[in-house]
Design a protein around this ligand. Structure first.
Ligand SMILES: Cc1cc2nc3c(=O)[nH]c(=O)nc-3n(C[C@H](O)[C@H](O)[C@H](O)COP(=O)(O)O)c2cc1C
Length: 294
């Protein structure tokens, strides 16, 4: 008689304790399709959120009052000088000397970061020598003192003068092709740098080189690649050249990466979207206290 009683069909999973979607045995029933959908949804949501976050961070980093740089031009992919500015007058620098009084080995041996500077003004010859070591043209093809990936030469050297002979205080742009400094007409550049919160060494140095890099120049020679690595590597080469030249002149310098690049760009009317301030390099004659430790 037992055979006549209608029985509910028991699935093997229920018997074995697996989840089958019809009973609660073995935990909450989740079909493969549902699991895949949830996983895909989560991955998608995390990706979208990350992109949004990165974009927001980038935009925040570039917030800049563009009203103050109404003289900026459109940026071409390849250009020789940064897109900027009217140059009011040009100061011709003396030709750099190719022989000094110290060997490269001696300069490497004695080089130190020196952060205190005397009141002795920097001469035009010293200015020329240091700028040449950084970006001077060293052959007829236009190659420069420091190496550059695919000869992109993305760096520009702005120069803040606060105590030099034969040149008025202000902000200048070095043109390596003519060995000149173009006056950008910002007589209070030194005060503006201080307002931007730069370190003491850059506040007090007779001269501060402000190294900016145009990412577009590096992108033009390596399309589609991230330009940052090459840009920063090249900045290090330039900085080291300056260190060794300054050492061989018996003067003082320190490379400085500790500053707010947006604040410095804004202070000096540089467009931080097209040019990134990478290094500040103050230099001058050695101050009385030799402060080398950091
Ligand atoms: C990428 C980089 C960034 C630096 N930034 C600063 C800086 O912001 N301020 C500073 O006083 N020194 C700075 N320095 C200099 C170092 O403090 C210095 O090289 C270090 O103390 C070693 O001393 P030396 O250069 O005399 O050998 C920087 C050096 C490098 C390579």
């Amino acid at each position: 008689m037992i055979n006549n009683i209608p029985q509910t069909e028991t699935k093997s999973c229920c018997a074995s304790g697996e989840s089958c979607g019809q009973c609660m045995k073995g935990g909450f029933p989740l079909k493969k399709e549902i699991l895949s959908f949830i996983t895909l949804f989560l991955v998608g949501a995390v990706t979208v959120l990350s992109v949004l976050l990165i974009n927001e961070k980038r935009e925040n980093a570039l917030i800049f009052n563009t009203e103050e740089i109404d003289d900026k031009q459109d940026v071409a992919m390849v250009y020789d000088m940064p897109a900027l500015k009217t140059i009011s007058d040009v100061v011709k620098l003396p030709d750099p000397k190719l022989k000094g009084t110290m060997s490269v080995e001696e300069a490497i041996q004695s080089r130190r970061s020196r952060r205190l500077y005397s009141d002795k003004p920097v001469t035009l010859a010293e200015l020329s020598q240091v700028l040449w070591s950084a970006q001077g043209i060293t052959n007829e093809k236009g190659y420069r003192a420091a190496p550059s990936a695919k000869s992109a030469y993305p760096y520009s050297l702005y120069v803040v003068i606060r105590n030099a002979q034969g040149i008025e205080n202000g902000l200048y742009l070095y043109d390596p092709t003519t060995n000149t400094l173009g006056n950008l007409g910002l007589a209070n550049a030194e005060a503006l740098l201080i307002e931007a919160g730069v370190q003491d060494n850059s506040q007090k140095a007779p001269v501060v080189i402000v190294m900016t890099a145009a990412m577009a120049k590096m992108q033009a020679v390596f399309p589609g690649a991230d330009p940052h690595k090459n840009i920063y590597l090249e900045g290090g080469h330039i900085g080291q050249n300056v260190y060794l030249e300054v050492e061989s002149l018996g003067m003082a310098t320190v490379v400085s990466g500790g500053f707010n690049p947006i604040a410095v760009a804004k202070a000096l009317r540089i467009d931080p979207v097209t040019e990134e301030v990478v290094y500040l390099i103050p230099f001058g004659h050695i101050g009385e206290e030799a402060q080398t430790a950091e």
